[in-house]
Structures are given as structure tokens and as C-alpha cells.
Design a protein around this ligand. Structure first.
Ligand SMILES: C[S@@+](CC[C@H](N)C(=O)[O-])C[C@H]1O[C@@H](n2cnc3c(N)ncnc32)[C@H](O)[C@@H]1O
Length: 328
């Protein structure tokens, strides 16, 4: 039997721009709740189910999901009746993103590729979809998406919105994490640990370096108290508690383990910060959406529209819902 779910298409070199996403998807503790968290999930799921039902797709139809991550759209299709469940081709430039997508079975084919240079023949797909994906790749990706549609096929993209709920939350996260890194929290802990480990007598703590670490830690905590609640603040509060425990029990650990752990935390926080910044840059204003619509029209699409989506009553706008179609 052909194990199509193991198929790995695409041979483009992986851009180093994918590193911060690769880090996210490689982390076994990542539960995939990255975009708007739990609040957004039911609305997004409803958007995709309604789109797939209206498109009246069949199992031999191919849907292209661009910048698919762990394939949440193909997951939304799981609850459709088998006869109206299409096949998905999930594209992402971070190979680890597709690890979870590959568990979805033979209906999902995975392809590591850059959304700006899709490795498909024009007109190959019965629908093209993207959830918080195309806007990361930029303008060229919208033209690529348009060209992948066969005559009569629809495009639907859920796009980050400038000043919206996700942009506000990621902005708040970015501020606390960036401030802690810039204030040298990790460096201060590394310095005090190094002084204890580096050929010093057993139990030695350098008072000056320890005081510098405690000061930086206290300043990070005060900033956390003063900042609005955000996922970044929660992550940082956990790491701060871990760092404090590590400093207090430094002699219980092998130096290479303690310093290696610290290096990992720094890498994770830097990758997280890069993702938060990418999310801010991906957020689109109404003017940007007009430009994207013009680009889609230039690529031959019709019935182009974009409208605001709200994830939860009372929240700021959650996303744009961008739709278009290639004429039959
Ligand atoms: C915000 S996540 C969204 C993932 C998924 N669509 C979801 O809703 O959970 C953005 C995804 O876009 C991918 N990505 C960003 N730029 C890309 C590009 N130029 N080509 C392909 N994938 C890209 C990242 O690797 C990441 O998985």
C-alpha cells in the first residue's frame, strides 16, 4: 500500500527565516495553541467547516493549505462526512510544523516549501486556504496562492489584523520578554553561576555577581506585575521562578547541565521573541487588505472581499476573512 502520508514533497532549501517557527514546532510541549489561543478556536473551526461545506468538495479534490503549521484546517475537515472530505496538501517552510500534520493519515500530503515559490503547476487545486499564514510570507505569496487555483476554485484566508486582539496580545508579550532579555536577566544568572562553578571552592557564591542577578530578577518581576496579563508574561514568570530555584540550588547540578539548561532557555526566549515580532509584522491594516485585493485581482481572481472576524463578543477584531475565486 502506498504510504502517502509519509510523502515529503518539495526540495527547496529551508530559509533561515524559518528557524523561530522550526523551534516552536520542534518543542514537544507546544500544544499548537498559538494563534489567538482557545478563544479563537471555535470561530476558526466554524469558518473552515462552513467554507469546506459550501465549496462542496469531494475526496478526489485537492485543497492547498499554505503555511499550514500543524494543519488545523485539515483537522476541521475531519468532522465532515467522508464523502465531502477533500484531500489536503499542507505546505510550510518549517519541516517540524508538518510532523503533526503527517499524523492525520493518507488524506494529508505534506510539502516543505516557501509560500513565495510554490512547487506546483498553476491551476492544480480545487481550493486554496490559509490560516494566519500567507501574510507571514508577504505579497508574493498571495499571487502564488491565486495561481494555484483551478478555474472556478475558491480562496479563503484568515489574516492577522493590525491593532486586533492577537496583535495586542503579542505586543504585550513582546514587551515583557524583550525587556527581560535586554536587561540581561540570563546573562546575570550565567555570570553568578560561572563564578561558583569556575574552579571556585565548594559552595562559593560571588556576592557582587549574585546581587546583580537578584537585582535583575527583581526588576523583571516588577515589570511583570506592572504589565498587562499576556502569554509572554506567564512564560517569563515561570522561567523567572525556575531561574531563582536554579540559583538557589546551583550546587545540586553539574555545571554543564545548569549552564546548558540556561542556554536552552535563552534560545527559546529569543525564538519566541522573533515569532512575536513576526506576528506584529504580519498584521494587516484595511489599506494593506486593499493592496492584497488589488494583487489578487491582478492575478485574475474575482469576487474578492475581506471582512472583519471577531473571535469573542466584546473582544477587539480577531482577524480578516479574505475570500476570492478564480473565474470558471
Ligand atoms: C502563525 S503560524 C500559523 C500556522 C497554522 N496555519 C495555524 O493556523 O496554526 C505561521 C506559519 O507560517 C509558516 N510560514 C511563515 N512564513 C512562511 C513561508 N514563507 N513559507 C511557508 N511557510 C511559512 C511558519 O512556519 C508557521 O508554521
Amino acid at each position: 500500500m502506498v504510504q502517502s502520508r509519509r510523502l515529503q514533497l518539495g526540495s527547496q532549501p529551508i530559509s533561515s527565516r524559518a528557524d523561530h517557527w522550526q523551534e516552536l514546532w520542534s518543542d514537544p510541549q507546544n500544544d499548537g495553541e498559538i494563534m489567538g489561543g482557545l478563544a479563537a478556536r471555535p470561530s476558526l473551526d466554524a469558518i473552515w467547516k462552513s467554507f469546506l461545506e459550501t465549496a462542496a468538495l469531494r475526496p478526489d479534490d485537492l485543497v492547498l493549505d499554505i503555511a499550514s503549521g500543524a494543519a488545523p484546517i485539515a483537522r476541521s475537515a475531519e468532522s465532515l462526512p467522508a464523502a465531502s472530505r477533500p484531500n489536503f496538501t499542507c505546505v510550510d517552510y518549517a519541516p517540524a510544523a508538518l510532523t503533526a500534520a503527517r499524523t492525520l493519515g493518507a488524506r494529508v500530503i505534506c510539502c516543505v516549501a516557501d509560500a513565495n515559490r510554490l512547487p506546483f503547476r498553476p491551476g492544480s487545486f480545487s481550493a486554496v486556504v490559509s490560516q494566519f499564514g500567507l501574510e507571514y510570507a508577504g505579497a508574493a505569496a498571495f499571487s502564488e496562492a491565486a495561481s494555484a487555483l483551478r478555474p472556478g476554485a475558491p480562496l479563503l484566508a484568515v489574516v492577522h489584523v493590525a491593532g486586533g486582539a492577537i496583535a495586542l496580545e503579542s505586543g504585550a508579550s513582546e514587551q515583557v520578554v524583550a525587556a527581560a532579555l535586554e536587561a540581561g536577566l540570563i546573562r546575570a544568572l550565567r555570570d553568578t553561576l560561572a563564578a561558583s562553578y569556575d574552579g571556585a571552592p565548594a559552595g562559593y557564591v560571588n556576592k557582587k555577581r549574585e546581587a546583580a542577578f537578584q537585582r535583575t530578577l527583581a526588576a523583571a518581576r516588577s515589570r511583570l506585575v506592572a504589565s498587562p496579563p499576556s502569554p509572554g508574561a506567564a512564560i517569563l514568570a515561570n522561567y523567572a521562578a525556575d531561574m531563582e530555584r536554579l540559583a538557589a540550588r546551583r550546587f545540586a547540578f553539574a555545571p554543564e547541565d545548569a549552564l546548558g539548561w540556561l542556554q536552552q532557555i535563552e534560545q527559546r526566549l529569543r525564538a519566541y521573541l522573533a515569532r512575536l515580532r513576526a506576528m506584529q509584522q504580519a498584521a494587516r491594516s484595511p489599506q494593506d487588505m486593499d493592496e492584497i485585493s488589488t494583487r489578487l485581482a491582478g492575478a485574475g481572481l474575482v469576487d474578492i472581499s475581506f471582512e472583519p472576524v471577531q473571535f469573542r463578543a466584546g473582544d477587539a477584531q480577531g482577524a480578516w476573512r479574505l475570500s476570492a475565486r478564480r473565474p470558471a
